[in-house]
Design a protein around this ligand. Structure first.
Ligand SMILES: [Fe+2]
Ligand SMILES: [Fe+2]
Length: 168
């Protein structure tokens, strides 16, 4: 019997889940590209620590892409080959803000995905997405810390672009 409290967003078909996971995969590719490029382009003594972190993020995002691709294939879909567009800049703050905004969007999407996978009884996919989500939140904290701002609250819809308050 369908749960009356279940929102429309949470009760989706397997085909819709494949589409949404492909959007997640496009976002993971975007993250791989951004972290590969930004970790090498970031200049300045004050950014050396975060540049090393971004290099680590690049590898983690690649692992996420592999896991999401595996589940798309398992669900009978074809993993996309198209990344979302990546901001190009030589300005450190522009790069870090672009990464943070991407992570905010990613976290919001994966929170939805966990609920949607569970609603479909796909508990193993939900479990893997939870572990990815945990790492994305660490990425978000690393970036907010490097920017000297509070970690953005992404729990409310439509606030993904909120870059977070400046810390006093
Ligand atoms: Fe990721
Ligand atoms: Fe991430």
């Amino acid at each position: 019997m369908p749960d009356a409290t279940m929102t429309k967003e949470q009760s989706i078909s397997r085909e819709q889940l494949v589409e949404l996971l492909n959007e997640d995969l496009a976002r993971e590719y975007q993250a791989v590209i951004a972290y590969v490029v930004y970790s090498q382009v970031l200049k300045g003594a004050e950014y050396m620590n975060i540049a090393k972190e971004l290099e680590k993020h690049a590898g983690e995002e690649l692992q996420h892409a592999l896991i999401i691709s595996k589940h798309i294939d398992y669900l009978g879909g074809m993993p996309t080959v198209k990344p979302l567009p990546v901001v190009q800049s030589e300005d450190a703050v522009t790069m870090l803000r672009a990464d943070l905004e991407n992570e905010n969007n990613t976290i919001r999407a994966y929170r939805d995905r966990v609920r949607q996978c569970e609603a479909l009884g796909e508990y193993a996919i939900a479990e893997d997405v939870r572990e990815i989500l945990r790492q994305e939140q660490e990425h978000q904290i690393d970036l907010a810390t490097a920017l000297g701002i509070d970690v953005p609250d992404v729990s409310k819809p439509g606030k993904a672009s909120n870059p977070g308050k400046k810390r006093r």
